[in-house]
Design a protein around this ligand. Structure first.
Ligand SMILES: *Cc1c(COP(=O)(O)O)cnc(C)c1O
Length: 858
């Protein structure tokens, strides 16, 4: 890999020493006899500059597959395989060949097994649930705790069939259930969560089928589970009227290991796989590999397409085809992608020879990665990584090429995995975080049990939100996974990244509290963002702008919502939003919206500030800090909505915050509770607070660091502050309590937490890695990245009218001069109150007496 093309450049000398040491240690297992760098260069141009470590989600495809596949399609005519024409026959021949090839890959005898093509592994699992010969009140479905959701979902079929027992079991349970002698021992340790306990005698003569399902490799932790479990389970099937069939979910396992089905008696009855996990391409293609001998007992339920030998339309009579794949592949199979699969096998064999070599290669990488990660310590000796697998990483029968973990800081607090993922993303490092569709492993490793999860759900947490902690514990994992074409360079770059940002080599310096504040500060620029997530609008130096408790007038009063689901659009997903420039023309009562000509050739849009659209709807704001449901007035004008939709290339509508229209009627948003502010302070559509203040010197400081790192400096605008101040010392604003300009006093309520949205260039909408990467290095406090300060307006200390102007002088109020101000306020107050009492006294002495008596009485 060309190192200089990478964003996250490691120290070259160190890098080379470590690489040499690795190559020396693993020269046999790693790299396909020295071919890896060439393979990577020629076959995977899409990986240039990227560090892709998410092979457990999907590996990536080789260039040759795409070329030979498209050449094949260009030169051959393939028809629908259900017909008789020469093109259909050609297609059929190819499909038969590929079925055979899949069986050969798994060492399966065509007499023993058949391949049923499905859409993915999940569809294959679902088909097992549908075809399984459940006996009501008798059958059981057991699945390993570490199962993917897709296996757990199968329990719905068991429920519908009134299965006697549905149960998730652990590895220890397995030993208890199946490791004893089948003859002597009835299953004692099976504490049933049975649905209906009473067996029916009428089916006594028939065999009762139970299903046991487990993953060969866990997609969450990479742990592998013994393949000899099948044999252990089968021992119980001898001379018994109850038999257990085994479903092996091999989706994760087969991407880097060979699974052999040659010994039919000790092999699983059902094997489910997805081909994109093996080859990266084709996608949308999986398979159920199923034992032929099960044909008589499997149930065909729904039917469609060519699965029938005969059928009448007006009576419940139909006859299904005999061979399993003909009977169970409803509709037309994905025939072109099945042909692509042939090319994928060819290319994989040509590049890597066989999956055993792939296994060796990935094992060497995962040994090195796990060892390096495990050895990391903070300056105080505390470990950094908490690893979510108890397996020996050098034993590839027990552990696949996956490293799952969470990280702690030197002070013992957890690193939020979303923040880590964001930082990795801006550095073009691709990893996966979360619960990974594996609730059992999640519960096991993060120690959030089912009660916690149910509780969190009723408190608004879902699998797809932006919360990475719950009850002080990580709500998921960080997963690094490697594949056939991963190189040691990828791993070293990851290590360099991780060490740079997450291993603390010294205590973080404590801020100097006795800082003296600068004088002669100037309010350089005042900016509002009329449409949330769009470009800012800076007021001209001569204009005074009104402020309200919710912020600058018209700030974040509009937003764009997805026309389909009502969710607020954000710049993170639609970087082009930053090119949309709203402007408030107050004297004409208009909101003008334009986009620079280079990007857009439409006329500006003019929207009347004084007219609210009538349609009131709920929209959700989907950013990390704000999951609120918000009542908005949605514009119905097609001219307006078309303008935004065509610019962003997504169907969207403009909406205006309804609370601005009618304070009493509509729901409010509130300043986030983690700020120390009086309860129930209202908010516009801004994320956290009404005002954000940024210091130019702090921006300069960050820019200095960015330039030292060899990257392009950023503009203050990327921090999206309302007030830009010049003349301060860097980060002095972190110590401020109150600021005052134009006779308006603002209280600082807390730092602004940053995300990678700062990386979107507000003039070009391009996404870079700065300033986020540098902020993460020098502005991290308790795992949160801070830049700028949030504020609220304090009307009690301000003078009317509440107006501000840019270029005004800014004063920092210390507690001392603030107290003076407060005293002034209190003296005036007392004066007024005394005057009031005096007047009442004069006009009605009686009232005074009554009050006096009342106070005495109590
Ligand atoms: C990926 C995966 C699945 C689901 O595969 P799909 O192709 O998305 O249906 C199921 N089980 C395991 C172990 C997996 O890794």
């Amino acid at each position: 890999m060309a190192l200089d093309s990478l964003e996250c450049k490691p120290d070259l000398k160190n890098f080379n020493t470590e690489k040499t040491a690795f190559l020396k240690e693993f020269n046999v297992q790693y790299g396909y006899g020295g071919k890896i760098d060439q393979i990577r260069e020629e076959e995977y141009p899409q990986l240039k500059g990227a560090v892709f470590l998410d092979h457990a989600a999907t590996t990536t495809y080789a260039k040759s597959v795409l070329i030979s596949f498209t050449t094949d399609l260009i030169n051959n005519l393939y028809g629908n395989p259900h017909a008789n024409s020469p093109s259909s026959q050609l297609c059929n021949q190819r499909l038969d060949k590929v079925r055979d090839r899949v069986l050969r890959h798994f060492n399966a005898n065509p007499g023993d097994y058949q391949v049923i093509f499905t859409q993915n592994a999940t569809a294959a699992i679902k088909l097992v649930g549908e075809m399984f010969p459940w006996t009501s009140d008798q059958s059981s479905y057991k699945y390993l705790r570490e199962s993917h959701n897709s296996l757990i979902g199968l329990r719905r079929f068991a429920e519908e069939a009134d299965a006697k027992l549905i149960k998730a079991i652990t590895e220890d349970d397995f030993i208890c259930l199946f490791e004893n002698d089948p003859k002597t021992e009835s299953i004692q340790c099976d504490n049933h969560y049975s649905t209906n306990a009473l067996p029916r005698t009428s089916i006594q003569n028939n065999i009762i089928y139970n299903l046991f399902a487990y993953p060969a490799q866990c997609n969450f932790s990479g742990s592998r589970f013994p393949l000899n479990w099948i044999q252990k389970i089968k021992r119980f099937n001898k001379n018994n009227n109850s038999k257990t069939l085994v479903l092996l979910d091999a989706a994760a396992y087969v991407s880097s290991s060979l699974l052999s089905l040659s010994e039919v008696d000790t092999s699983p009855d059902f094997v489910t796989i997805s081909f994109y996990k093996m080859f990266g391409f084709p996608t949308g293609l999986g398979a159920l590999i199923v034992k032929n001998e099960l044909e008589p007992i499997l149930r065909k339920r729904y039917f469609g397409g060519g699965t029938l030998d005969s059928i009448v339309y007006d009576r419940p009579w139909q006859k299904f085809r005999k061979s399993l794949h003909e009977r169970y592949e409803d509709g037309t199979v994905n025939f072109l992608d099945i042909i692509a699969l042939d090319h994928a096998f060819d290319t994989s064999e040509r590049l890597y020879n066989n999956f055993d070599l792939i296994k060796n290669h990935v094992t060497s990488l995962i040994i090195y990665l796990s060892r390096s990660m495990k050895s990391l310590r903070h300056y105080n000796g505390q470990p950094v990584c908490y690893i979510y697998s108890n397996r020996d990483f050098s034993n590839n029968t027990l552990q696949g090429p996956v490293f799952s973990f969470n990280a702690k800081r030197a002070d013992g607090s957890w690193v939020g995995y979303l923040e880590l993922e964001r930082l990795a993303s801006v550095n073009n490092i691709h990893i996966r975080t979360g619960r990974l569709c594996n609730p059992g492993s999640s519960a096991r490793w993060t120690k959030l049990d089912s009660e916690d999860i149910i509780d969190s759900f009723y408190n608004g947490k879902t699998c797809h939100d932006d919360q990475d902690m719950w009850n002080g514990k990580p709500a998921g994992t960080i997963r690094i996974s490697v594949g056939a074409m991963t190189t040691i360079d990828d791993i070293l770059i990851w290590m360099n990244f991780f060490k740079k940002y997450y291993v603390e080599i010294a205590p973080s310096s404590v801020m100097n509290n006795s800082i003296s504040f600068s004088q002669n500060l100037v309010l350089e620029k005042v900016t509002l963002f009329p449409i949330k997530s769009c470009h800012g609008f800076s007021i001209s130096p001569s204009t005074s702008w009104p402020i309200t408790s919710k912020g600058l007038m018209y700030d974040r009063e509009w937003m764009l919502v997805d026309a389909g689901n009502g969710r607020a659009l954000s710049q993170k997903r639609f970087p082009r939003m930053t090119l949309i420039c709203p402007e408030i023309i107050r004297d004409k009562g208009l909101l003008a919206v334009s986009a620079p000509g280079k990007y857009h050739n439409k006329e500006p849009l003019y929207i009347d500030l004084n007219i609210y659209p009538n349609t009131v709807e709920f929209s959700t704001c989907s950013s990390q800090v704000c999951g609120d449901k918000i009542q908005t007035c949605v514009y119905t004008s097609s001219e307006i909505n078309e303008w935004f939709s065509s610019f962003l290339n997504v169907s969207c509508r403009l909406a205006r915050h309804a609370s601005m229209k009618d304070n009493s009627l509509l729901q409010h948003r509130f300043i986030k509770s983690y700020f120390n502010v009086p309860d129930n302070m209202h908010l516009s559509l801004s994320n956290e607070s009404p005002f954000l203040i940024i210091s130019h010197s702090s921006v300069n400081y960050i820019n200095k660091k960015i330039i030292e790192g060899g990257n392009q400096e950023v503009e203050p605008d990327c921090f999206r502050g309302n007030f830009l101040i010049k003349g301060t010392k860097e980060f002095e604003e972190d110590q401020w309590k109150f600021v005052k300009f134009d006779e308006q006093v603002f209280k600082i309520i807390g730092p602004c937490r940053r995300c990678n949205m700062t990386c979107i260039n507000h003039k070009t909408a391009e996404v870079a890695k700065e300033p986020y990467s540098t902020l993460a290095l020098c502005r991290q406090f308790n795992g949160k990245i801070h830049f700028g300060q949030h504020m609220i307006h304090v009307p009690e200390l301000s003078e009317k009218p509440y107006l501000i102007k840019s270029n005004s002088l800014v004063q920092i109020l210390t507690d001392r001069n603030l107290n003076k101000k407060l005293k002034k306020w209190t003296i005036w107050n007392w004066l007024w109150i005394s005057l009031g009492i005096f007047l009442i006294y004069i006009f009605n002495k009686n009232i005074i007496n009554k009050i006096y008596n009342y106070i005495n009485y109590y």
